[in-house]
Design a protein around this ligand. Structure first.
Ligand SMILES: [Fe+2]
Length: 198
């Protein structure tokens, strides 16, 4: 059984003007598809085959092709789900309570923006759930994620922001901070809450 490209759940132009339709289409059908194709090649016929993408990230990241492409598939699949033109625009429920203990929604935005802005080169910014139920913000390079033992930070990703230039360059060019600010209008906090409660 091989991995396949998940549906977005909304039209490519649904996030405009914050993320343009062309960027979404290329990002989904070319970049994400390429990670999936390369992941399927990397796991074919070995002990990774048949595992969930979470298990692949947790147990296969010592192999470079699995790390890069398994991360690419997990990270983008999560990203599409937590992006939405609808849903709650601010934290709700248990994840809201966890963010309150971290200093509140405004502090979350400040710290998350800093993590996304200061990630040198390509990578991701994350809100993660730790084993004790608290939440934390961090970032990882390339397609690493906090499920991977090799990653710079650990936990269960609740939401992630892609800060590779392929995610924003057509609309924002070098202005990554503007892309990050607009991202806060696109987060589906109902989905983040669902991720927190899993
Ligand atoms: Fe991406």
């Amino acid at each position: 059984m091989s991995f396949t490209l998940p549906e977005l759940g909304f039209a490519y132009d649904a996030l405009e003007p914050h993320i343009d339709a062309k960027t979404m289409e290329i990002h989904h059908t070319k970049h994400h598809q390429a990670y999936i194709d390369n992941l399927n090649k990397a796991i074919e016929g070995n002990d990774m085959e048949g595992k969930t993408i979470e298990e692949v990230c947790k147990t296969g990241s010592d192999k470079t092709a699995v790390r890069n492409n398994g991360g690419g598939h997990f990270n983008h699949s999560l990203f599409w789900k937590i992006l939405t033109p609808g849903g709650s625009k601010e934290p709700v429920g248990n994840v809201k309570a966890a963010i309150e203990t971290m200093g509140g929604y405004d502090k979350f935005k400040t710290d998350f923006t800093e993590a996304a802005k200061t990630r040198f080169g390509s990578g991701w910014a994350w809100l993660c759930k730790k084993d004790d139920g608290s939440v934390a913000i961090c970032s990882t390079p390339n397609q690493d994620n906090p499920l991977m033992p090799v990653a710079e930070c650990h936990g269960t990703p609740l939401l992630g922001l892609d800060v590779w230039e392929h995610a924003y360059y057509l609309n924002y060019q070098n202005k990554r901070p503007d892309y990050v600010i607009n991202f806060f209008d696109l987060i589906n906090w109902d989905q983040v809450e669902e991720n927190f409660n899993k």
